[in-house]
Design a protein around this ligand. Structure first.
Ligand code: BYC
Length: 355
């Protein structure tokens, strides 16, 4: 079960990784080529220039002029994304001390640590838009910025760690691969690295479930129970249906989002069906069936009223997640203070050497 243990088509996220590599090549080529749309002339309308860069599929960089609403939308989305990575450490962190073997514990530790790293890349990308990390953290702690709905559900069994890897990281990849081509350079570049790591995360979740489904009857039942509980919340991660999505149209026009919420949700369902078959698990949807004319699966939509309730703070674990984050932040004060003191000391030393 280790190494290249699935054929290219079977490998969870296998095809998507190819798209990440293509996006990375496109980013490099664009950087080497320089801007086809040159710098704005002295009399050029900045808004027209911005529109031209977007139209030419080139990147907006922090130094560039951008509409205030574009900047605000990016801060909202990137911050929400960063907060999700940080809060997302909690449900899995819950199992680090109870992982069933030393090897599982080491893998889970590394994965949770990766999520912290993703949060850092994303906070750094948001900072290029003129907001500080302290401000962003404050907005999370006082509940004025959101994080993904999915992390308000509990992890009741070890199989939930597998389901999070397979489904939640799987949904995250499907959502994030197109963000590698986002029009804002720092976000696109952060996404390339994040997606590569998420693809490993998805595989580790798939592998946990594969082990359970090939174990005892009780282990297989545990895996099925986890899928039953995580399936619809994972579908809801993609956001409200297109008809109710307030930001999609504008974000797509700005090429921040490349596909709508419903398009990505459909892509995720289509990807999971085959993988569930390999696992020997049943997706808990009696309405799931292949639609020949659409060349996609028909499926039952998640409960969007539940999604809205969870987003507004009334999910099974919202309070617990927020309290835990606030406590961790308070308990980490001394670490932040020590890091600032250390940086000041080093700067002072450097100055003395230079003098
Ligand atoms: N949860 O107009 P819409 C991960 C909000 S995975 C909470 O469609 P947009 C990880 C939305 O913010 C998760 N809120 O919005 C995996 C908006 O509210 P406001 C993180 C949600 O932005 C494993 C309102 O509903 N991934 O990191 O065009 C381990 C209307 O929605 C949700 C990302 O953040 C939700 N599920 O589209 C550890 C990816 N869905 O702000 C970590 C980047 C919607 O108007 N984000 N809302 O009050 C995106 O791609 C987009 O922001 C979304 C939503 C697709 C999520």
């Amino acid at each position: 079960m280790y190494g290249n243990d699935f054929s290219a088509e079977d490998a969870p996220g296998g095809g998507l990784l190819g798209e990440v590599e293509a996006a990375e090549v496109a980013l490099r080529e664009a950087a080497e080529r320089g801007r086809r749309v040159g710098a704005p002339g002295p009399d050029q309308d900045l808004a027209a220039y911005f529109a031209e860069v977007i139209e030419a599929d080139q990147k907006i960089e922090p130094r560039d002029w951008m509409p205030e609403a574009y900047r605000k939308t990016l801060i909202r989305q990137i911050a929400q994304h960063a907060h999700s990575e940080i809060i997302g450490m909690q449900p899995e962190g819950n199992w680090i001390s109870r992982a069933p073997s030393l090897k599982r514990k080491a893998i889970l530790l590394a994965k949770v640590q990766d999520e912290a790293g993703h949060g850092l890349y994303l906070y750094a990308a948001a900072e290029t838009l003129g907001i500080s990390r302290d401000e962003l953290v404050e907005l999370l702690l006082n509940g004025r910025q959101k994080y993904s709905s999915i992390f308000n559900y509990p992890t009741l069994t070890w199989a939930d760690v597998g389901a999070i890897g397979w489904l939640v990281d799987g949904a995250a990849i499907v959502n994030q691969v197109p963000l590698c081509r986002c029009s804002y350079g720092p976000y696109a570049r952060a996404m390339i690295r994040v997606c590569k790591e998420e693809s490993f995360h998805q595989r580790q979740g798939f592998e946990i479930l594969h082990t359970l489904t090939h174990g005892t009857g009780a282990q297989k039942a545990m895996a099925q129970d986890a899928l039953d509980r995580w399936w619809y919340p994972s579908l809801a991660m993609f956001g409200p249906p297109d008809t109710d999505s307030t930001h999609s149209a504008q974000s797509m026009a700005w090429k921040i989002k490349r596909f709508s919420n419903d398009e990505l949700r459909q892509r995720f369902v289509d990807m999971c069906v085959q993988q569930a078959e390999i696992l020997g698990l049943t997706i808990p949807d009696p309405g799931l069936r292949w639609n020949e004319s659409r060349q996609s699966y028909d499926f039952t939509q998640p409960d969007y009223d539940e999604l809205m309730r969870v987003i507004k703070g009334d999910g099974p674990c919202n309070r617990q997640r927020a309290e835990h984050r606030r406590r961790a932040h308070d308990e980490g004060t001394w670490v932040r203070e020590a890091a600032v003191a250390y940086a000041a000391k080093r700067a002072e030393k450097k100055e003395k050497v230079a003098a």
